[in-house]
Write a protein that binds this ligand. Structure first.
Ligand code: NAD
Length: 331
């Protein structure tokens, strides 16, 4: 494992679901400091995000710094990176929901496209050594061929969110080309586990099924997703951070490698909470893709990425976390 003891890493989106896990893991693995930046949007309960920051401070003291700053404020970001002596960046801040992006394409373009350019430009101004960025499986759109490979065409995104994530990949390539800075783009496939965003299906279903409430099933339940447990994603982020220097610019899929249908997911949630789900059948939602499934050949070969937590175990761990934080997530 690479020695991180000389690294001060900027993590954007540090108060969010994946960012809080990544920040903790960098510090557990010995990074000198993590500088967390998150403007704490109200997309979901800001108390959850501030609790994430507080828990990082409680666990790691002044090795974790929290800044409530918007990433589009480039001068401010550059200033705090310079002051902290940031050596590398894990950029996870974004407006992250697919469906809400249809109603707010300009907001998504600002946060995701302008925000990513702002972070990359700040990284250059501070002579950072490398940047790892979150992209998304949504860039594959309604790709017919499965599993989805990094070499597949991604010219047809079907939501503003997906289009912004593809734009970030292209901006990252340009940045690498012009500056020589190593840039990794990670295509995450639906991430779940403790702390999962409340707008995502597993969180929503666990909450509603446990209370005996009806859940909305969009489509006939045959759509499928390659769900990925958050610890596996974090492992992939760490490996990308350690290995991107050898590649320059690289896109890697990070998936779970076991796609399941929506119907199977609902059954699993029912088993985990011990209740029969009550389903309200709805039409397909605009912007939703039919299926996702990551081809992991490249990330296995080049990162040694090997997801190890299956769907049922992962949902059990997420459910345990939700019960522990019932006041915030099940109220
Ligand atoms: N969760 C998934 O299934 C999934 C899948 C694919 C890609 N991703 C990507 O992974 C990253 C993290 O996602 P997440 O699920 O943890 O979402 P999240 O919403 O929990 O975290 C994102 C954080 O970014 C912050 N943020 C948003 N706009 C900002 C801005 N302008 N300035 C500063 N902070 C800002 C939010 O306050 C939030 O805390 C995102 O880039 C997302 O697009 C997530």
């Amino acid at each position: 494992m690479t020695d991180l003891s000389n690294e001060t890493v900027l993590v954007t989106g540090s108060a969010g679901f994946i960012g809080s896990h990544v920040s903790a893991e960098l510090l557990r693995r010995g990074a000198a400091r993590v500088v967390g930046v998150d403007c704490v949007t109200d997309y979901y309960d800001p108390r959850r995000k501030r609790l994430n920051h507080q828990q990082l401070v409680d666990a790691f003291g002044d090795r974790f710094q929290a800044h409530e700053v918007d990433i589009t404020e480039q001068e401010q970001i550059t200033g705090l990176m310079r002051d902290a002596g940031v050596t590398g960046v894990v950029h996870l801040a974004a407006k992250a929901g697919v469906r809400p992006s249809i109603a707010d394409p300009v907001g998504y373009a600002m946060a995701n496209v302008v925000g990513t350019q702002s972070v990359l430009s700040a990284a250059s101004a501070c002579d950072c050594k490398r940047v790892v960025c979150a992209s998304s499986s949504s860039v594959y759109g309604n790709n017919e061929k499965t599993p989805f490979s990094e070499d597949d065409s991604v010219e047809r995104p079907i939501s503003p969110y997906a289009a912004t994530k593809r734009a970030c990949e292209l901006i990252g390539h340009t940045h690498h080309h012009l500056t020589g800075m190593p840039v990794a783009m990670l295509r995450f496939f639906t991430v779940f586990g403790p702390g999962q965003r409340p707008d995502l299906a597993i969180s929503l279903f666990l909450g509603k099924v446990s209370k005996g409430e009806t859940i909305n099933r969009f489509g006939d339940g045959t759509t499928s997703r390659d769900y990925t447990f958050v610890d596996d994603i974090v492992g992939g982020v760490m490996r990308a951070y350690e290995r991107i220097d050898a590649h320059g610019y690289r896109i890697w899929n990070l998936g779970g490698d076991h796609p399941i249908t929506l119907n199977e997911l609902i059954e699993t949630v029912g088993r985990v909470v011990g209740k029969e789900p009550v389903i309200n059948e709805m039409g397909m939602q605009a912007g939703d893709v039919e299926r996702t499934w990551a081809d992991l050949s490249r990330s296995r070969a080049e990162l040694g990425y090997a997801p190890s937590t299956g769907i049922e175990e992962g949902i059990e761990r997420q459910w345990a976390w939700m019960q522990e934080h019932a006041d915030l997530v099940l109220a």
